[in-house]
Design a protein around this ligand. Structure first.
Ligand code: SF4
Ligand code: SF4
Length: 140
């Protein structure tokens, strides 16, 4: 079965996503994510391999060991306000960025990031065409 070190878990759900036996249960409301790691007899090791925080390990099965649970508040997107990730996840991403990179995008949800990036790319494309098109405010 698996053992989890709750001090290391960042609530990313990678383990739950890869478990082929649905042994790692999750529930999510608009504000909170809860995870329950059931006692597992399969020991396929997938969850252990995919945990980015190295919070999981395999140990001998023991019926007496309680099934651990964790809950994480979800952080609101700085643009739309929708809650989308746990604070430890965001801190981990921020810590992994090179110093030269603007970390602001980390605090925007994936949807807002896509929209912002599309708007930026469109703005650059329009500006580029205006520069090249005589009579449209660009170089003649
Ligand atoms: S060891 Fe395999 S079956 Fe067991 S909880 Fe992890 S991923 Fe699921
Ligand atoms: S993959 Fe690791 S860090 Fe992510 S929720 Fe599972 S145990 Fe926690």
């Amino acid at each position: 079965m698996i053992r989890i070190d709750l001090r290391l878990c960042i609530g990313c759900l990678s383990c739950s996503n890869v478990c082929p036996s649905q042994n790692i249960l999750r529930t999510e409301t608009a504000e909170e994510r809860r995870i329950l790691w059931k006692r597992c007899r399969e020991e396929c090791d997938l969850c252990v391999e995919h945990c980015p925080a190295r919070a999981l390990s395999l140990v001998p099965f023991d019926e007496a060991v309680p099934e651990p649970e964790a809950s994480f508040d979800l952080v609101a997107c700085r643009i739309c306000g929708r809650r989308y990730a746990t604070e430890p996840m965001l801190r981990r991403v921020e810590a992994s960025l090179p110093q030269s990179q603007n970390p602001e995008w980390v605090r925007a949800c994936p949807t807002c990031r896509r929209i912002t990036e599309a708007e930026r790319a469109t703005g650059e494309m329009v500006a580029g065409r205006l520069k090249r098109a005589p009579g449209w405010g660009g170089a003649e």
